[in-house]
Design a protein around this ligand. Sequence first.
Ligand SMILES: Cc1ncc(COP(=O)(O)O)c(C=O)c1O
Ligand SMILES: N[C@@H](CCCC[NH3+])C(=O)O
Length: 428
Amino acid sequence: MSPLKKKAHAPEARPFAYNKKSLFCDGVDLRKLAGEFGTPLYVYSAEQIGYRYELFEAAFQEHTHTVCYSVKANSSLAILKLLGERGAGFDIVSGGELERVRKAFRPALKKVVFSGVGKQVWEIDAALKADILIFNVESEAELGLLAERAAAMGKRARFALRVNPDVFAETHPYISTGLSEHKFGIAIGLARAIYKKAAKNKSLDAAGVSVHIGSQIRSVDPFAAAMERVTGLIAELRTDGHQIRYVDAGGGLGIDYSQGDFDPAAEVARYAAALGGVIEGLGVRLLLEPGRFLVGQAGGLLTQVLYVKKNGAKTFVITDAGMNDLIRPSLYRAHHEILPVKQGKDAGKVDVVGPVCESGDFFAHDRVMSAVKPGELVLIEDAGAYGMSLASNYNSRVRPAEVLVEGRRARLVRRRESLRDLMAAETV
Ligand SMILES: Cc1ncc(COP(=O)(O)O)c(C=O)c1O
Ligand SMILES: N[C@@H](CCCC[NH3+])C(=O)O
């Protein structure tokens, strides 16, 4: 029986909703959180993250699979622990992320896949030592280095070539990765010869093939197209005598950033049907690397209005969060809904901006929302993925605190940085 069928109800697609005109995250009033932990504050729903993970588990239950959560989306130790305990593996791209998995939930190290175009010697060594599941290798030179390091440690490294399928995925150009003009992976046409060469090396075990075509992809067709190219390659590799046991479909399943209808269960089911149709009967373990889909809508950035001012025809709402806390609008012109914590009626058009000294420091332009006054709170929605993990100290601003809401309780899982933290690594 699917883990979901046992549930009395599925949560809404987002954990944030009004209760008596005040915005809550599950059972917790955001005003209370701001009072207790200050702002800007990242707020995550444990229930929503667990639910999203179980959706993946349920949708892929007919296939032998491992869901390897993509740590870069949100690398909070508490979130990694929550997912690790449920059985998730992890997709990492650095020695730092490997260390996070070790610290959060050590048993998951054996379910780690290591991606990334620029792996360094120390990172490869650490991952070999941890006996991770598989290296997703992105160049021939990297494969050579992996073989060398494995030989030096008396190990045999399981690897998959991350192939570049030259498939177009409709998304922001900065986060599309599967075209031959991108830096990622190895051109699929070259892969067979590289596997052939690798077979002669005792320190390498050609265990899989991997692909990842980009992020925030809303149509499932490109995923299926990429996987078709991969299964074609697997057939050739098997003819050549390689024992391919894993196929890694990468991540990339998108979410809705507007207030449109979004049924996460239906989205994952569509995705599973598209991939499942292609890998049916292949006899491999399917690895999946979702990031955004598991955590994006589970989180929001709670911020306080500092000032409201008019410049010419424009009204600016200036918040205590800035582009250093959430860079997606500045970097991709990404849309995030912004909700006043105290519910009101739409009153007019405003620009919601941060305190950072850049005109690119904005969360919304010409947004129709209810009037907010200094001291009031607003929530920037759908900020659970690529929010805190991309936060910086620009303008010498300390990074926000993070809380995890568990039903009616909220737990501080990362304290706000202090001015001392800000300069801790420096000397005068
Ligand atoms: C190799 C790899 N796997 C997984 C992901 C996670 O992507 P997403 O958060 O879109 O699911 C990424 C980011 O795009 C990635 O580069
Ligand atoms: N940072 C991007 C996603 C990058 C995915 C990296 N593999 C975003 O916020 O949408």
